[in-house]
Design a protein around this ligand. Structure first.
Ligand SMILES: [Zn+2]
Ligand SMILES: [Zn+2]
Length: 286
């Protein structure tokens, strides 16, 4: 059986990239030989290949919410997988509205897609993405059980945390969320909790640097995201085996280093800690 693991493909919080920054959010979960992409932020296609996963080997895609840093590359991912030989439908589970994005993507690429159908004899692209609306609760996903928890990411209501349970291990992805008490029972005993995190001390500097927003950006960050020390406490209370931080905000400020992240998170968490970087692979077979 292949290794059970999580690979953090993109670990940056928010949609903007600049010279030297990480890529926005997507994560790979591989449990019991089943391969799931969670979120499809910019760079996910390259990230999958760099993680050694053929684009034709994805078994399912789950989108946690419809902020662009979590699904901007979904269409390009499918199109690229299609040109790389994808010929079976892949389930895509996400919030209501994802189908509209997919239809819009297909329409925007109509010239190229119809050309390749005629010219290269490819199968139809549209049915390869088998989109369904995500629902709270538990559902089977291949050999896994996927549990879905509505988290707290205002003003978006349809924003979710995910838990994947296999035969011998489990992984929890928080999605974008403020700290919520429900995360503790949801993540209980998991082999890994991948939780979004924010360094409160870096928020003022970040807002000053962005330059084209107003105070609403700071207010959004503070009520919709999770300070690292509180993430540590959630992991500790949930008794997870490992904690990884992703969706780091800020992550392109040289004044805030890995040490800052560790110090903040350690206020609540004493177990194995990974401050996410793009391409970081974490085994669940420990
Ligand atoms: Zn985000
Ligand atoms: Zn978000």
């Amino acid at each position: 059986m292949s290794e059970n693991r999580v690979v953090l493909l993109g670990t940056k919080g928010g949609p903007a990239i600049r010279p030297g920054t990480r890529m926005p959010t997507s994560s790979l979960v591989q449990i019991d030989g089943f391969t799931v992409l969670v979120d499809a932020g910019l760079g996910c296609t390259r990230g999958l290949c760099d993680a050694g996963v053929a684009l034709t080997d994805l078994d399912a895609i789950v989108i946690t919410h419809l902020h662009s840093d979590h699904y901007l590359e979904l269409g390009p991912l499918f199109h690229t997988a299609w040109t790389a030989g994808l010929n079976k439908p892949v389930p895509v589970i996400g919030p209501d509205g994802l189908d509209r994005y997919w239809q819009g993507f297909l329409a925007s690429m109509e010239f190229d897609i119809s050309l390749r159908l005629r010219d290269e004899g490819r199968p139809e692209l549209a049915p390869l993405a088998e989109i369904s609306v995500i629902a709270e609760g538990a559902q089977a996903l291949g050999p896994l059980t996927m549990k879905v928890l509505r988290n707290a990411h205002p003003p978006i209501e349809d924003s979710f945390a995910l838990r994947f349970d296999g035969g011998t291990c489990s992984a929890v992805i928080s999605g974008d969320t403020a700290p919520i008490p429900e995360m503790v029972p949801f993540a209980e005993g998991a082999d890994i909790l991948v939780h979004e995190a924010m360094l409160s001390a870096g928020i003022e500097a970040l807002c000053a640097r962005v330059g084209n927003g107003d105070d609403r950006l700071r207010i959004h960050l503070e009520r919709s995201h999770a300070p690292a020390d509180q993430v540590g406490r959630i992991a500790q209370e949930a008794g997870v085996k490992q904690l990884a931080l992703n969706h780091l905000v800020p992550c392109d400020d040289p004044n805030f280093t890995e040490t800052h992240w560790r110090d903040e998170t350690r206020r609540g968490w004493s177990g194995p800690l990974f401050i996410g970087t793009d391409g970081m692979a974490i085994s669940l077979d420990t």
